[in-house]
Write a protein that binds this ligand. Structure first.
Ligand SMILES: C[S@@+](CC[C@H](N)C(=O)[O-])C[C@H]1O[C@@H](n2cnc3c(N)ncnc32)[C@H](O)[C@@H]1O
Length: 272
């Protein structure tokens, strides 16, 4: 488990870093998501969201839709819904199926009670004021609507946290280097239900545990490197640390046959 400094937390929610670097395009997000192809069990996240929307008709807002993984599946499998993808990054929206809007989750350009469902998937940890944003999502949602949020546990991918701290220590010449920046800790699975429960009466949590096992360091390197936008907040030379982590991961695979990473994510369905 990693815990961010105040400076790291501020950088995780820094709009300029998010829109102009981390999510300026889909490159880093796709690299981060791609490691899940080696996870068991496999979860069809867009399929789970589709299941939650089985009783929904009308307008679905995907807030912080990123590279449009959920938007495209909704368009394909539920052409009856009016799906709108929104993100603070114009760049990442370029490849997302229209209609899309550059918009901030903290001030949505929609009237009260105008959406039948709102998605906030792996994004609430990036907003400046999480509680105010949850209220804003609830404002645009109709009384009978559903908000679907998702995030990761504080313990998610702890072996990558350990790998990073060891590699950073080697680079700095100390036993253990600074902890890896955590993206989800501001709104982790451990905090999410109570944050959402301030505004929503019914919050259902579905945990999604799994194990990623790789026999090649490349997916680990791609995942660690996808945090490049926060390199300045790492307290250690970023590229050197990624390279050292690659060496350690390769040695682990050589001696144990694979590198295993424990995962825990979760999806929360919230009704007013
Ligand atoms: C980790 S990605 C998740 C993308 C997508 N929802 C998914 O689960 O695959 C977070 C996305 O939220 C966007 N984002 C961050 N802060 C935002 C805000 N205040 N308003 C709207 N989008 C935001 C980022 O630009 C990024 O595309």
């Amino acid at each position: 488990m990693t815990s961010n400094t105040a400076q790291q937390d501020a950088a995780v929610a820094d709009r300029s870093i998010l829109a102009n670097s981390a999510y300026a395009d889909g490159r880093h997000l796709t690299a981060r998501q791609s490691i899940y192809q080696w996870q068991q069990p496999q979860y069809d996240l867009p399929g789970i969201v589709l299941g939650e929307l089985a009783g929904t008709s009308g307008i679905v807002l995907d807030v912080g839709c990123g590279n449009g993984k959920f938007v495209s599946r909704l368009h394909k499998d539920r052409p009856d819904l009016r799906v709108v993808g929104m993100d603070i990054s114009a760049g990442i929206l370029a490849g997302v199926e229209k209609p899309v809007l550059v918009a901030d989750a903290q001030a949505l350009p929609f009237a009260d009670d105008s959406a039948d469902a709102v998605l906030a998937l792996h994004m609430l940890y990036h907003v400046g004021n999480i509680e105010a944003t949850i209220k804003e999502l609830a404002r645009v949602l109709q009384d009978g609507g559903v908000l679907i949020a998702s995030t990761n546990s504080d313990h998610d991918k702890r072996e990558l946290d350990q790998l990073w701290a060891r590699a950073a220590g080697d680079v700095l010449g100390i036993p253990e280097g600074p902890a890896r920046v955590s993206l989800s800790s501001r709104f982790s699975l451990e905090k999410a239900a109570s944050c959402l429960g301030v505004v929503f009466t019914d919050v259902q949590v579905r945990e999604l545990p799994g194990v990623i096992e790789v026999t090649d360091p490349a997916p680990i390197v791609a995942h660690l490197a996808s945090y490049e936008a926060w390199a300045e907040q790492c307290g250690v030379p970023f590229r050197e640390t990624v390279n050292r982590a690659a060496e350690i991961a390769a040695a682990t695979i050589e001696s144990r046959g694979s590198f295993k990473i424990t995962c825990l994510g979760g999806i929360l369905s919230c009704r007013p």
